[in-house]
Design a protein around this ligand. Structure first.
Ligand SMILES: C[S@@+](CC[C@H](N)C(=O)[O-])C[C@H]1O[C@@H](n2cnc3c(N)ncnc32)[C@H](O)[C@@H]1O
Length: 460
């Protein structure tokens, strides 16, 4: 037998890194797969086991609690990860049950000690006796409220379910909650951007529905396409593309405009803005773009992201609350740090890392960044306030507070209209019940991350 780690071992080591060292699966897993020299089939299995287990963790923990007759939190963390992986194989994959149990027992023997072996064996054999629907029903019976039942069924923390329901309800569409929770558990297809003026959508690929520059990554490693195009083709969620385009397309570009991306790291939207600036320049309309990112590591990523752009974009490393200055810019993008509740599909561990306590401090920072950006606008200028979260405290409430603070200075534009104008097909964007021009994208409705986009204009 070869001594190389198996797909299950790679998945287990990644889960341990995520749970023990706060690592990100999307960063750890590719390196672990490469180091283990997994075949493409085993790499696919390791990826499915890792992401699937992390996404379904809430459901699997509830099943383990019933089967083991003790709370999942009381199980030793490495043993719990072995059980989660085993349950995922038993209830959500075609892995033969005996292989799922035997491989889990072998993992327990090598990683958790002899005492864990009997426990893992007993719990997984028990779970293997019934199917997923039966176990999930049993776990739901143990829940104490409707939201807890939904939490067990859809593997979302209860506080996240409530925040998402409120956000949908704000559009009068709370009935879509289950669709959204299910979409959060799908593995998203990879979408890419062809930077306008620097690349075109490859002929053989399928364009995305809305962004004029978006396409679905062809099968295989999208990194090859990125490298072959020197970054002019790049991986980017379609919602992120639309968020950048909402700002670049809000008005006809005029000569001498100054644009600023205030929270730019790692620079995906900056590159798209820069490509539109390049097109304006080539059409004889000189426009300037600057970028800012408070973290110097991430500022480095912004510079890398801008490598295909053939003009200089100055990237500063300041706190955005100071950087925006006064009366200086015609367009400012505030793609604010946020809870990321709109990108749960992509970061499978993130739903377990965030807590309701994270929301208020983020909202304070978001308000301060947006307010600073408003001050940084020239008369007539526009700020796009974007979050990859639909949480109303980070979206609606931040915008309301800043509109109130700059009452005599600001008008809210209809971001939904701008996006419909930009989009290559009909975009179903609901109006908030309380009014306002905010546009909210959704994974279940648009296949994008749940980006919230608001456009505010400083009065002339
Ligand atoms: C949502 S991300 C931006 C994503 C980026 N626009 C893109 O498309 O690649 C938010 C960024 O804001 C940065 N940030 C956090 N606090 C900041 C501050 N006070 N000033 C400026 N940037 C900040 C974070 O480091 C993070 O890189």
């Amino acid at each position: 037998m070869s001594g190389a780690p198996s797909a299950r071992r790679v998945a287990f080591d990644t889960l341990r890194a995520v749970h023990d060292a706060d690592a990100y699966a999307n960063l750890v897993l590719p390196t672990a797969i490469a180091r283990a020299r997994l075949s493409p089939a085993d790499a696919a299995l390791a990826t499915e086991l890792t992401y699937g287990t992390l996404r379904q963790q809430g459901t699997w923990d509830a099943v383990i609690a019933v089967a083991a007759n003790r709370p999942a939190e009381s199980v030793d963390p490495p043993v719990l990860d072995i059980l989660r992986l085993g349950v995922h194989q038993l209830l959500a994959t075609r892995v033969p049950p005996h292989a799922a149990v035997n491989e889990s027992v072998a993992l327990a023997r090598s990683s958790a000690g002899e005492r864990a072996v009997g426990f893992v064996n007993a719990v997984l054999r028990r779970i293997g006796e019934a199917d997923a629907a039966t176990w999930i029903s049993r776990a739901e019976e143990a829940a104490r409220s409707d939201d807890e039942r939904l939490s067990v069924r859809t593997s979302h923390p209860v506080w996240v379910i409530r925040a998402l329901r409120r956000a949908l309800d704000d559009e009068g569409r709370a009935g879509e909650l289950l669709d959204l929770l299910v979409a959060d558990n799908d593995s998203p297809g990879v979408t890419m951007t062809a930077l306008p003026g620097l690349a075109t959508v490859p002929e053989e690929s399928e364009p995305t529905s809305f962004s004029p520059y978006g396409f679905r990554a062809p099968a295989g490693d999208p990194g090859r396409l990125v490298a072959a195009s020197n970054g002019a083709l790049r991986v980017q969620d379609e919602g992120s593309q639309l968020a950048a385009l909402a700002l670049s397309e809000v008005d006809t570009v005029r000569s001498g405009e100054r644009w600023l991306d205030l929270c730019a790291g790692p620079g995906g939207k900056t590159a798209l803005l820069a490509a539109r600036v390049l097109q304006a320049r080539e059409a004889g309309t000189p426009v300037d773009l600057e970028a800012n990112e408070v973290s110097s590591t991430r500022a480095g990523l912004v510079r890398r992201s801008l490598e295909p752009i053939p003009f200089e974009v100055v990237v500063s490393e300041e706190d955005g609350r100071e950087r925006a200055g006064a009366d200086a810019y015609d367009r400012i993008l505030v793609d604010a740090p946020c809870t990321g509740l709109g990108a749960l599909r992509r970061r499978p561990e993130s739903r377990w890392r965030k807590s309701p306590q994270d929301v208020a401090p983020l909202a304070d920072l978001q308000r301060e960044l947006l307010s600073a950006a408003v001050t940084g606008l020239r008369p007539g200028g526009v700020v796009a306030y974007v979050t990859c979260s639909p949480h109303l405290v980070e979206t609606r409430d931040v915008v309301a507070a800043v509109l109130d603070q700059h009452r005599d200075k600001l008008d809210e534009l209809d971001a939904r209209d701008v996006l419909r104008r930009v989009s290559r097909s009909t975009l179903d964007l609901a109006s908030p019940t309380g009014g306002g021009g905010r546009a909210q994208l959704w994974p279940h409705r648009h296949g994008t991350d749940a980006m919230s986009i608001t456009l505010l204009r400083r009065r002339s």
